[in-house]
Design a protein around this ligand. Structure first.
Ligand code: PLP
Length: 422
């Protein structure tokens, strides 16, 4: 009998993989808390919570119990013409914890489709008001997903290459740093004067796929304000940052100026179920009300508001601000800060930054995104029993909140040792 890794190669096509050169995939058979196990019985600490989803730990019994209960009562029903308790309760809970101006919740089934819905809402918002606005504003090096609208807003060319000619019209600005706010604002003003801008799509405060790069909250506030003064809809992509990663429930909570639309996925369901939401203000929603049917938002996914996903999300939100998780979040934040201060002067380290439970270390080594450095580090970490996926020359840690002190210490030690092999 072949093992999982061998059987995988016959019929499977993996994401983000060049199958001609990539090593075989590791067969994973079990996960619990911050650990995952391969089919040979080796365990790995999931140092990035499986793309920042499983924040309350894998197979968290509180969440599996909620899902199991939901499955036995109402498994699934279409969300057009029908509604149900898990979706209603989730909308109530989300509106309670989201920034104050968010009023309506639209359901999708993954991060990209949450962004897609947000962009379409913004375009139709203007259309319904009788204006044709055709341009998006987005940050250089942003990442928003792989469907066409989301890809258009994304500025990472390594993903977009073959599709560049088929994308929506986008104008890009650099992210604002404390020292460049005026410069970026000027660039935005020029774009606003010369284009008919519909929406500004951005990852607030942290650009994940770009390498956990941070920017200025004050600068982002100024950009959102300028956009909103010009009738441009501000769309915050909180798919990575949402649910406590930056130290507050949402990165938008660090801002004075609140986005018009917010997109959430990933930790929304604690990694247990594909689900996403696009929330918006009453003002955005009201632009779709009309006696004309076609002014409604004719956009749907079969699995919208899947009751099982909603049940997982409700359980996750209950945990997010529970005493235990709040303590763990604060422990991780302090531990990251201490580790950052220890390694920041290492000769191979160019910059260390941390915010909430996110820690990023840029190495002082030139490399491209998928260069040999990334592979060398990745395999070194896995050989030591830690799942970390460097982005170019950036090593980042974004652990599940339930990671133990010893497991976190092991991650730091393995990173320290990795600096000796690069
Ligand atoms: C900030 C951000 N936006 C959007 C996405 C796309 O989400 P999905 O992979 O669920 O389509 C991601 C995924 O990594 C992301 O990090």
């Amino acid at each position: 009998m072949k093992n999982l890794s061998e059987r995988d190669q016959k019929h499977l096509w993996h994401p983000l993989t060049q199958h001609q050169t990539a090593a075989p995939r590791l067969g994973i058979v079990k996960a619990k808390g911050a650990l995952i196990w391969d089919e040979a019985g080796n365990s790995y600490i999931d140092g990035i919570a499986s793309w920042y989803t499983s924040m309350y730990g894998h197979c968290n019994p509180f969440i599996t119990e909620a899902i199991s209960k939901q499955m036995k009562g109402l498994d699934f029903v279409m969300f057009s013409g029908f509604t149900h308790e898990p979706a209603i309760e989730l909308s109530e809970r989300l509106v309670e914890i989201l920034p104050d101006n968010q009023e309506k919740i639209f359901f999708n089934d993954n991060g990209s489709t949450a962004i897609e819905a947000g962009i379409k809402m913004a375009l139709q918002y203007h259309h319904n008001k009788g204006e044709k606005r055709d341009t998006l504003i987005a940050f250089e090096e942003g990442f928003h997903g792989d469907t066409f609208g989301a890809m258009s807003a994304s500025g990472l060319s390594s993903y977009n290459g073959p599709f560049e000619d088929f994308l929506l019209k986008v104008e890009r600005i650099p992210v604002p740093r404390e020292s460049t706010i005026d410069e970026v604002l000027e660039k935005l003003e020029t774009i606003l004067e010369n284009n008919s801008c519909a929406a500004f799509v951005f990852e607030p405060l942290v650009q994940g796929a770009a390498g956990m790069k941070f920017h200025s909250a004050k600068g982002l506030d100024a950009l959102i304000q300028k956009c909103q003064e010009n009738g441009v809809i501000a769309i915050a992509d909180e798919i990575m940052t949402g649910f406590g990663k930056t130290g507050k429930n949402f990165a938008s909570d660090h801002l004075q100026r609140k986005p018009d639309i917010i997109c959430l996925s990933k930790a929304l369901t604690a990694g247990m179920f594909p689900l996403s939401i696009t929330s918006c203000t009453q003002k955005v929603f009201d632009a779709f009300l009309s006696e004309e049917v076609a002014k409604g938002f004719f956009h749907a996914h079969t699995f919208s508001a899947h009751p099982i996903g909603c049940a997982a999300a409700l359980a996750g939100i209950e945990l997010l601000n529970s005493k235990e998780i709040v303590e763990r979040r604060s422990y991780i934040e302090n531990a990251h800060g201490y580790f950052a201060s220890q390694i920041k002067s290492h000769q191979k380290v160019k910059e260390v930054r941390s915010m909430g439970v996110i820690l990023a270390i840029d190495l002082d080594i030139e490399t491209d995104r998928y260069g040999t450095l990334r592979d060398k580090l990745y395999h070194f970490f896995m050989d030591q029993g830690v799942n970390l996926r460097p982005l170019g020359n950036t090593i980042y840690v974004l652990p599940p909140y339930v990671i133990t002190n010893e497991q976190l210490k092991k991650i730091y030690n393995v990173i320290k040792s990795s600096l000796e092999i690069v």
